[in-house]
Design a protein around this ligand. Structure first.
Ligand code: PLP
Length: 411
């Protein structure tokens, strides 16, 4: 077995070499954009210091907002450790834009599970979801799980549509992720019909996977989590919203309160990790992409169906593998856990997670709880027994983690 895996590893490393070279170049180009922005904004020691109380002035906080906007190619941004997760950040952005009577139209199928309750598709009436405030929602499915149905979008753009929603990454759906070019095409299409509609992108897992971001390419607003790509593995918590100034102003008022906006918000010492994390992010994202590419090639050679294939273009860090049998999915997750730097001795078990209809197994031996820029895997225990995994702070540790999972699969 050991020999078989060693041979497989050598073959896969050779097959992946050209893809790895492209990812090194991607990391170089994105690192250059980030570094130049740090220099342009004259980042210095004062920006890394903590603030407390009202924090009417916090040069670090304000400069990091400007750097995100600059790197993403948009007008403004809000980067805060006080966003508790991606869901909170995405909800803040959407809730900031819509008003009673407005409609949210998703044109990439269902929203990420946790957003459904925030919008009011699930959960109890009266909880304060967007539905409670008279905001309606409808969605259009992707064609063949990979293309936005533009003729249907035209039909669905009724007067009341205020926000058009797109999710870039596949999330936990078995579909292709949408490239920045595809998102741009749809945004241009929507804006040609009605330029006043806010085109919003759930950008989770997508940042730095291409050389531009959706908000630099015709999208009005996007948001994501800092314990995914943008935190570079260093941010301890938080989220960001980026886009047009008029929307970011609304988001700032929604995040704190009208009139206060982005003028207050102590950073308590998180600036350093958020700056350094963003500096690291292009590199770390490329490491995670290499890990995904390597895993895709290796698991395909072992006979499993993978999405995407190792040499396919990528726009996020997610890799899906269909195991076809529950024992295989569980073995894979156990192997990922055993290959982690933290809690490697823990044995993941499927459990009934709130909000999911089937038991879910998760593996995450991470420095930051639940940080999915670190090597982590999860899968619902239901056919076709697909694992979704992502992350890897370094390709070396990612490769070792995947080999650990492969070893467990061979047992
Ligand atoms: C992770 C994720 C979210 C939600 O983020 P949480 O931090 O888990 O709340 C939303 N959308 C997508 C596509 C994601 O990957």
């Amino acid at each position: 077995m050991q020999e078989y895996l060693q041979r497989l590893d050598r073959e896969v490393m050779a097959d992946c070499a050209p893809v790895f070279a492209r990812l090194d170049e991607l990391s170089f180009l994105n690192s250059q954009r980030v570094l130049e922005s740090f220099q342009k904004h004259r980042v210095s020691a004062q920006h890394l210091l903590p603030s407390d109380g009202y924090a009417y002035t916090d040069p670090g906080r304000d400069t990091l907002d400007e750097i995100y906007a600059d790197v993403f190619g948009c007008e403004a941004a809000l980067v805060r450790h006080s966003f508790v997760n991606g869901t909170h950040t995405l909800y803040t952005a959407m809730a900031a834009v819509v008003r009673p009577g407005d409609r949210i139209l998703s044109i990439t199928g269902s929203l990420y599970d946790t957003l459904e309750e925030a919008i009011g598709l699930r959960g109890t009436a009266g909880s304060g979801s967007l539905a409670d405030f008279g905001i309606t929602y409808s969605q259009l499915e992707l064609i063949d799980g990979c293309r936005i149905n533009l003729p249907a979008v035209k039909e669905a753009l009724t007067e009341d549509v205020r926000l058009v929603f797109m999710q870039r990454s596949k999330g936990y759906a078995h579909r292709e992720s949408l490239t920045v070019a595809q998102l741009k095409e749809a945004a241009d299409f929507v804006h040609a019909i009605n330029p006043d509609i806010c085109v919003f992108v759930d950008n989770c897992y997508g940042e730095f996977c291409e050389t531009s971001e959706p908000v630099g390419q015709g999208i009005d607003l996007c948001a994501g989590s800092l314990i995914k790509n943008c935190g570079g593995g260093l941010a301890l918590t938080g989220g960001y919203i980026a886009g047009k100034r008029k929307y970011i102003d609304l988001c700032a008022d929604r995040m704190t309160c009208p009139g206060i906006g982005a003028h207050c918000g102590a950073t308590l010492g998180e600036n350093r990790r958020m700056f350094q994390g963003f500096f690291m992010a292009p590199h770390v994202v490329a490491q995670a992409m290499k890990t995904a590419v390597y895993a895709s090639a290796l698991l395909e050679k072992m006979g499993f169906e993978v999405l995407p294939r190792f040499d396919a273009p990528r726009t996020d860090i997610i890799q899906a593998v269909r195991f076809g049998a529950p024992e295989k999915l569980i073995a894979f997750c156990k192997g990922i856990q055993a290959g982690s730097p933290v809690d490697s001795f823990a044995l993941p078990e499927p459990w009934d997670m709130p909000g999911y209809s089937d038991p879910v197994i998760m593996a995450a031996g991470t420095f930051v709880q639940g940080a999915s820029i670190e090597l982590s895997a999860d899968g619902p225990i239901r056919p076709p027994y697909t694992a979704f995994f992502q992350g890897g702070l370094t390709f070396e540790s990612g490769r070792l983690g995947i080999l650990s999972a492969a070893k467990e699969l061979l047992k």
